[in-house]
Design a protein around this ligand. Structure first.
Ligand code: 2AM
Ligand code: CA
Ligand code: CA
Ligand code: CA
Length: 260
C-alpha cells in the first residue's frame, strides 16, 4: 500500500481516537502511576493504544509496533515496517488540565521515518509529515513563517528536570534566548518548533515514541534533530535530544560540548 493510503488511514484512526478521548475525558480516567508519582497513565492511554494496535494488525498484519503502553508487545529491531505510537503524549496535562496533549503516530521503514502525524486534540491542529513530500497543517501545505534566527532572537523550550538540575549550565544557555517555555508534551514542543514559535527544544530523556512522529515533521522542514553529543537518534533507546533551527542547534551543541 502506498504512503498516501497509509497516511489517510492514520488520519482516520487519529480522528476517531480523538473523538473518543473527548467524549470520555470527563469520566473517571482511572489514573495510575508508573515509574514514579509524576509518571501517569490512564485507561484512555491504554484504550487508545489498543485501538491503534487493532487497526494496524487488521490492515497491516505482521508489521512491527512500538508503543508506550505496549503491555509486553514490542519490537526488537527496526528492520522492515515499524509503527511507533504514543497514544496520549502529555498525560499529566491530560489528567490535570484536560488540555495540551497530543496523539502521535509514526511509520518507519528500516529505521527511516516515512510518515509522522501529531494531533493537538483540543486545539484541533493536525500536522502530517511525509518523507520527501513536506508537511501539512490541517490539510494545507505548511512552512514555518520565521527564518533561521539566532537563539538570542527567539524562544526556547527545555524539559523541567533538566532546567532544575541545571545540567551542563543549561540555565546560562536559556538566559541567552528571549525566553523559556515549558509545555509538558514533547509532541506539542516539536510542533511549536515546526510552527516557528520556538527556535529550539531540549529534553534529556525522550523515548522513541516521544520523538518518532515529530522527527519526520521537523526534519522535512529543515529543522535539526540530534542527541546532545550530535549523534543520530536511536529509536530503540532513550535519547537526550536537541531539536532546533540550524543556527540555534549549532549554538546549543557548542554550549553542551563546552560545559558537559
Ligand atoms: P508522556 O506524557 O507520553 O509520558 C513531559 O516533559 C514530556 O516527557 C511528555 O511528552 C512525556 O510523555 C515525556 N516523558 C517521557 N518520559 C517520561 C516520564 N518518565 N515521566 C513523565 N513524562 C515523560
Ligand atoms: Ca507516559
Ligand atoms: Ca510521550
Ligand atoms: Ca504517552
Amino acid at each position: 500500500m502506498d504512503v498516501l493510503m497509509r497516511r489517510d488511514l492514520i488520519i482516520d484512526w487519529v480522528e476517531t481516537a480523538a473523538q473518543e478521548i473527548k467524549t470520555q475525558m470527563s469520566n473517571d480516567l482511572e489514573v495510575e502511576s508508573k515509574s514514579n508519582r509524576k509518571d501517569l497513565v490512564t485507561k484512555l492511554d491504554k484504550a487508545t493504544e489498543t485501538f491503534f494496535r487493532k487497526q494496524i494488525n487488521h490492515y497491516f498484519p505482521g508489521e512491527g509496533i512500538l508503543g508506550e503502553e505496549g503491555m509486553g508487545e514490542t519490537v526488537e529491531n527496526l528492520t522492515g515496517p515499524v509503527w511507533i505510537i504514543d497514544p496520549i503524549d502529555g498525560t499529566a496535562n491530560f489528567v490535570l488540565q484536560h488540555n495540551h496533549f497530543a496523539i502521535m503516530i509514526a511509520f518507519y521503514e528500516d529505521g527511516l521515518g516515512q510518515i509522522g502525524v501529531i494531533y493537538d486534540v483540543m486545539a484541533d491542529e493536525l500536522f502530517v509529515g511525509i518523507k520527501g513530500q513536506g508537511v501539512t497543517w490541517n490539510g494545507h501545505t505548511w512552512q514555518p513563517p520565521f527564518t533561521d534566527k539566532p537563539l538570542d532572537q527567539g524562544l526556547l523550550a527545555v524539559n523541567g528536570s533538566l532546567l532544575m538540575a541545571n545540567r551542563w549550565q543549561v540555565q546560562e544557555l536559556i538566559d541567552q534566548a528571549m525566553g523559556l517555555r515549558i509545555y509538558g508534551s514533547a509532541g506539542l514542543e516539536f510542533l511549536a518548533v515546526a510552527k516557528g514559535e520556538l527556535l529550539a527544544y531540549i529534553s534529556p530523556n525522550l523515548k522513541p515514541w516521544d520523538i518518532a512522529a515529530g522527527a519526520v515533521i521537523c526534519e522535512e522542514l529543515g529543522i535539526k534533530l540530534s542527541q546532545f553529543d550530535g549523534s543520530a537518534i536511536d529509536y530503540l533507546a532513550a535519547n537526550p535530544i536537541i531539536l532546533a533551527y540550524p543556527k540555534s542547534h549549532q549554538k546549543i551543541r557548542h554550549h553542551y560540548d563546552s560545559n558537559k
